[in-house]
Design a protein. Structure first.
Length: 249
């Protein structure tokens, strides 16, 4: 059966979405996607802990493939599309479109721990940004979510916040996916899969993977939303009942 997603019309990124970041914009994305930003990213492994325990991920090569799969076919792909749609919605202050992007970003999580991973980080991200970088549109969105009793997807929050700060979409996507890759490498270090130097080798090797993922997200049709990383999702399911755990996912 042919892949119908490949026949869908491609989107076109605007010049503004792909322009370089100014010094002020770069400062903000470095702050928001830093490991030190208080969203608790360090406490999630996205199923990697189970994969390490089973031996499926056990060295630099297998860890690099695991992370690359997440970025290109799994949560990274869906997060990139969610961030893109949320960014474009927030840029024109379209609360309805932003809410739709956020709901889809949450609904497509395959396991309860993956929902927790994105929702907990998303809530912390919005709360911290609203406190340190006040914005009336973000306040309105947060109030709507609270009134409706809805969670917030981390990538949707990142898209909304970066759009409100006039961060170009391409730069926001690159920062978000690099932070995702770096956090997974950090989890691999703490699980003893690789050492510090091999961790940096993985990040160096993933640079073109992230670049390709960003380019695809900028031009991919919103109708092509989804992922296909069954092994990662099964690992996440197994992690829910894993006896000894360092991570929440």
């Amino acid at each position: 059966m042919p892949d119908l997603r490949n026949t869908m019309p491609m989107m076109k990124a605007t010049k503004a979405e792909t322009q370089r970041l100014s010094e002020g914009q770069l400062y903000r994305v470095l702050t928001w996607f830093s490991p030190g930003f208080p969203i608790g990213a360090f406490s999630y492994s996205h199923g990697l802990e189970t994969a390490a325990a089973s031996g499926a991920v056990h060295d630099r090569e297998t860890l690099q493939r695991w992370i690359a799969a997440i970025l290109t076919h799994g949560a990274g792909r869906m997060d990139a599309d969610t961030l893109r749609d949320a960014h474009r919605a927030a840029a024109v202050q379209n609360l309805e479109a932003l809410t739709t992007a956020n709901r889809r970003g949450l609904a497509f999580r395959a396991t309860s721990e993956m929902v927790l991973e994105t929702a907990a980080q998303g809530a912390a991200f919005v709360q911290t940004c609203r406190a340190a970088w006040p914005d009336h549109f973000l306040d309105r969105w947060a109030e709507m979510l609270e009134e409706a009793g809805e969670g917030v997807c981390h990538s949707a929050a990142a898209g909304a916040v970066t759009a409100r700060a006039d961060i170009p979409l391409g730069g926001a996507l690159t920062a978000y996916l690099q932070a995702m890759a770096a956090n997974l490498v950090s989890a691999g270090l703490r699980l003893g899969i690789v050492g510090q130097t091999d961790g940096q080798r993985i990040l160096a090797a993933l640079e073109p993977v992230v670049g390709t993922a960003v380019g695809s997200a900028l031009t991919r049709s919103p109708a092509a939303f989804g992922g296909a990383t069954l092994a990662i999702e099964l690992a996440s399911m197994a992690h829910e009942t894993q006896y000894s755990r360092l991570f929440r996912s």
